[in-house]
Ligand binder design. Structure first.
Ligand SMILES: *Cc1c(COP(=O)(O)O)cnc(C)c1O
Length: 469
């Protein structure tokens, strides 16, 4: 059910109206923009922190890190950092974005199944926490840490920088191992990271794996963390909690085997699903935190530090993609709105529509919600392939040329993750704010400038024009 009068819904409608009125999509501008509700981002960050505050022990350390891939935009990372949320990065690019945003190394976690030796060295030198994915990566870390004393706070022997050479780790390195409890998948295969044959982490149920993990900790006093992330959209909450429980139980087993609390921190991943069907935020962070408290009470007795890595659930509901309808036509009796939002901005929705349906709302040429009777129609994008549709046979007020189509709940993995097709430009992204309790207009703050034609030409090898002739 839509909460038509919720503050964020009201703000979204006001922002769409203002975006049109202020000419963000005017003819000489790009016909497509990403909009981000700054207040909604702050509320979401606060809801996450409160949810865990309510279940953790006094003084228990919790680092909430935002999965950067969900909204890889420097001002967004900066805003989240100001709200007390760090960064989970999974590539040199994402680490560079987090650093550019001013996210402290102490609030940054590096995960990735394919870290190079150079990335590992950099993370250790910066003091960024990292989670190793597999035995080969642990061996690389052995080499990098050889002769440094390794463990927390130990003074390192200065090493020669460069791949493979021992590095001088920042004081108090924080290294964990990612495990896969192999609990099964959710409703979206591509998002399920805890299947028997997932590419992520050490598969715990495989023959000999559990004993190997315990021995790996025995052999490496600097291995003090344990990490799991069992999946994203489409995972049942029970399964996610079971994954956290399996990780906790393994930490207890390691600590008992080693005879001290070597594992001090549990990184429980992200993955809370988002409701793309209405404006309601379900499940809420508080629901998940309470479920964890019931399923894994030991997690919250204060013995372990915690790390979380939520992405989609922090940002999705704060974002809207707004596109102008360029033409409206019919084919085979079906109305088709040809808009500027297609695969270049809604990759998953276009290529896997069953798994990633989006709500589309209709606005008129002035940016006001259309209220005419719903008519089944296709909402198409600008890309030159037939499947470039963000909604098929969808009932909504009939869109006309000059109207606007809004793709809702697109604050994560949409405008920040464009797809370079047909040399369509990456659209501009704007944060919006309003002065509380006044009739002041909505204010837009540039988050990412729209890509220009010059940018596209440069990026497409213009500097090498003559190299092939
Ligand atoms: C993608 C990812 C996340 C975030 O997942 P969401 O579904 O966006 O919350 C967290 N941790 C890891 C390791 C990931 O790969």
């Amino acid at each position: 059910m839509d909460h038509a009068h919720s503050p964020s819904t009201h703000r979204r409608d006001r922002a769409i109206r203002a975006a049109v009125a202020q000419g963000l999509l005017a003819d000489d501008q790009q016909p497509l923009v990403g909009l981000l509700d700054v207040a909604a981002v702050r509320e979401s960050a606060a809801a996450l922190r409160t949810a865990f505050d309510e279940v953790t022990a006094d003084g228990q350390e919790v680092l909430h890190s935002f999965a950067v891939k969900a909204a890889s935009l420097v001002p967004v990372l900066r805003l989240l950092s100001e709200c007390g949320i760090g960064a989970e990065v999974a590539s040199p690019g994402e680490l560079a974005l987090a650093r550019a945003a001013g996210v402290p190394a102490a609030h940054t976690v590096l995960d990735s199944p394919a870290k190079t030796t150079a990335e590992l060295s950099e993370a250790l030198a910066l003091g960024v926490a990292l989670n190793a994915d597999n035995p080969q990566e642990l061996s690389r870390l052995d080499t990098l840490l050889a002769g440094t004393g390794g463990a927390d706070g130990a003074a390192g022997t200065p090493g020669t920088p460069g791949p493979g050479a021992p590095v001088t780790p920042a004081a108090g390195i924080r290294v964990g191992l990612r495990v896969n409890p192999q609990l099964g998948g959710g409703t979206i295969d591509a998002m399920s990271t805890a299947t028997a044959t997932s590419k992520f982490g050490v598969a715990l149920g495989d023959e000999g794996a559990r004993a190997w993990v315990v021995q790996a900790y025995r052999d490496r006093p600097w291995l003090t963390r344990l990490h799991c992330h069992v999946g994203s959209q489409g995972m049942a909450l029970d399964l996610m909690a079971a994954g956290v429980r399996a990780t906790y139980e393994l930490a207890e087993e390691i600590n008992a085997a080693v005879g001290r609390q070597q594992v001090t921190t549990l990184d429980i991943g992200g993955g809370l699903p988002v409701n793309f069907a209405s404006d309601e935020t379900t499940p809420a962070f508080a629901d998940y935190a309470r479920l964890l408290a019931r399923t894994v009470p030991g997690l919250f007795d204060g013995r372990y530090g915690l790390v979380t890595e939520f992405g989609r659930s922090l940002l999705a509901k704060a974002g809207t993609v707004l596109a102008r309808v360029e033409y409206a036509k019919t084919a085979g009796g079906r109305p088709i709105a040809v808009t500027h939002a297609g695969a270049q901005i809604a990759v998953r929705t276009v290529f896997a529509p069953e798994s990633w349906p989006l709500r589309v709302h209709a606005y008129d040429s002035g940016g006001r919600p259309k209220t005419t009777a719903p008519v089944a129609q296709d909402i198409a994008g600008p890309c030159c392939f037939a499947g470039d549709l963000v909604a098929r046979d969808r009932k909504l007020p009939l869109l006309a040329a000059g109207d606007h189509a809004a793709l809702l709940d697109t604050g994560a993995y949409y405008f920040s993750n464009p797809f370079g097709y047909n040399s369509l430009p990456r659209p501009g992204v704007y944060g919006y704010t309003e002065a509380e309790g006044t009739d002041d207009p909505i204010r837009f703050h540039p988050v990412r400038d729209p890509q220009t034609l010059d940018d596209i030409v440069t990026e497409s090898g213009a500097a090498h024009r003559d190299t092939l002739v």
